[in-house]
Design a protein around this ligand. Structure first.
Ligand code: ATP
Ligand code: MG
Length: 416
């Protein structure tokens, strides 16, 4: 076998997955815990298998083609022994073998590549991020003719279709199905797990590293407790920069003023005005803090780049007022990431709090105490007063304290 087949540390649950050889295997396991690696090996090992038809076909699929290519393609080529290979189709991401079998790397952003042709088996990686109906509508029918097998691999993502499938596989009611789960701690070095514990809230940590299906219903900022996070002794520190966190709105506008000292984040003030505009809000910031010698940096909603009031974007207006240090992402992070990053500062998986606010930040407190998740995965915005303060703060927190730990590909969102 090629050198790429380095020995893996034995893991009982991985071994069970391999030896039980169920037709359908649901594999929710922790981050960086060898899910994809074992799936790659399973696919490659199947290539020489003799079938009653002349062209056994297998797939390695991820939510997008770009992701599938990045995660699978080079490794597949390195794992398939050279003497098995008939031809490598770089542009199609397909390897054909002397056994007449084919292995395709596919993105489920184009499910039609799976539909319409029969398959002998395949892997759906990061299944929780695929469309909920992809399995029943596109994939399951394509496996019917040849009694094909399928592995569903990935980290859980809330209580979505992946959980339903895991529940079914784990119920024991269907002998074709098996459920296999393991924690990251079985594979990842302890230091990596500890680094994640420090930056993640407990719920996200359980989801990502213990493959737990965590609901996000009820309070969004569940880690908040005013007794713990409200601090009337907070005041502006003249030696630290001020961060103004903006959320642009018609109706009520709420901006938060924040300082950060090492790992501790303090919300020192809140500026809230009704029926106002960006110009007026910016002027108010400057009248209160324009003389702050360490300067002011602006954070906020990336939508404020495009939307315009009187022909200028919100950030252009602030720039012209002199608020020129603007730290705005090109696109907003997913809401879930933003909320989780705030929760992680409120309490990390070690139980430590790193975010505090002054009692004068009344909207912030109200948001932290009352904002709820909707069942569709978004935040409840039915009360027009709510979420502005936490949205504003969240843009800053997600940017400066993201839920990422060092990993080989630093450009990647940690848990995708
Ligand atoms: N049983 C094992 N023992 C030791 N190392 C392993 C084992 N399985 C996988 N690895 C190694 O762990 C690393 C991560 O593997 P892999 O990419 O398969 O993880 P993953 O669970 O798919 O991660 P992600 O959550 O990022 O998708 C790889 O370098 C792989 O070689
Ligand atoms: Mg993976």
């Amino acid at each position: 076998m090629p050198a790429r087949w380095h020995a893996l540390r034995p893991h009982p649950e991985q071994r069970r997955l391999w030896t039980e050889a169920k037709r359908f295997a649901v594999v929710p396991a922790g981050r960086r815990s060898g899910k994809t690696e074992i799936a790659k090996r399973r696919l490659v090992c199947g290539l020489p298998a003799k079938k009653p038809w002349s062209d056994p076909r297998y797939f390695a699929a991820a939510p997008t083609r770009e992701q599938a290519k990045r995660v699978y393609w080079n490794d597949i080529k390195a794992l398939v022994p050279g003497k098995w290979v008939k031809k490598v189709y770089e542009s199609d991401l397909c390897v054909t073998t002397k056994y007449k079998s084919e292995l395709w790397v596919l993105g489920m952003d184009r499910p039609e590549r799976i539909e319409g042709t029969p398959w002998d088996g395949g892997v759906l990686d990061e299944y929780a991020n695929m469309k909920p109906n992809a399995w029943t509508e596109n994939i399951r029918p394509a496996l019917a003719d040849r009694a094909g097998w399928c592995w569903f691999v990935g980290v859980p993502e809330g209580l979505n279709h992946y959980k339903d499938l895991a529940d079914y596989a784990g119920s024991g009611s269907d002998a074709d199905w098996g459920l296999y789960r393991w924690n990251s701690s079985g594979i990842l070095p302890a230091a990596e797990i500890e680094a994640a514990r420090r930056v993640m809230d407990p719920r996200t940590f359980r989801q990502e590293f213990e493959a737990s299906f965590e609901g996000s219903t009820g309070r969004a900022y569940y880690a908040y407790n005013s007794k713990r996070h409200e601090d009337s002794s907070i005041s502006v520190n003249k030696r630290l920069k001020l961060f103004v966190c903006c959320d642009f709105n018609v109706g009520l506008s709420v901006w938060e003023v924040v300082q950060a000292d090492k790992g501790r984040v303090q919300v020192v003030d809140e500026i809230a005005l009704r029926d106002t505009n960006t110009l007026e809000m910016g002027r108010l910031v400057l009248s209160k803090y324009g003389s702050h010698t360490e300067g002011i940096a602006v954070y906020g909603d990336s939508a404020g780049m495009n939307r315009s009031t009187a022909g200028k974007s919100d950030y252009a207006i602030l720039y012209e007022l002199g608020l020129r240090d603007q730290r705005i992402g090109r696109a907003n992070p997913p809401v879930r990431d933003r909320v989780n990053s705030v929760n992680a500062l409120l309490e990390n998986a070690d139980g430590e709090a790193r975010l505090f606010h002054h009692p004068r930040c009344a909207h912030l407190k109200k948001d932290l105490e009352t904002v709820e998740w909707l069942s569709n995965g978004g935040l409840d915005k039915s009360n027009s007063e709510r979420t502005h303060a936490t949205d504003a703060l969240g843009y800053f927190v997600e940017r400066e304290y993201p839920l990422r730990i060092d990993r080989p590909d630093p450009g990647m969102r940690f848990y995708k």
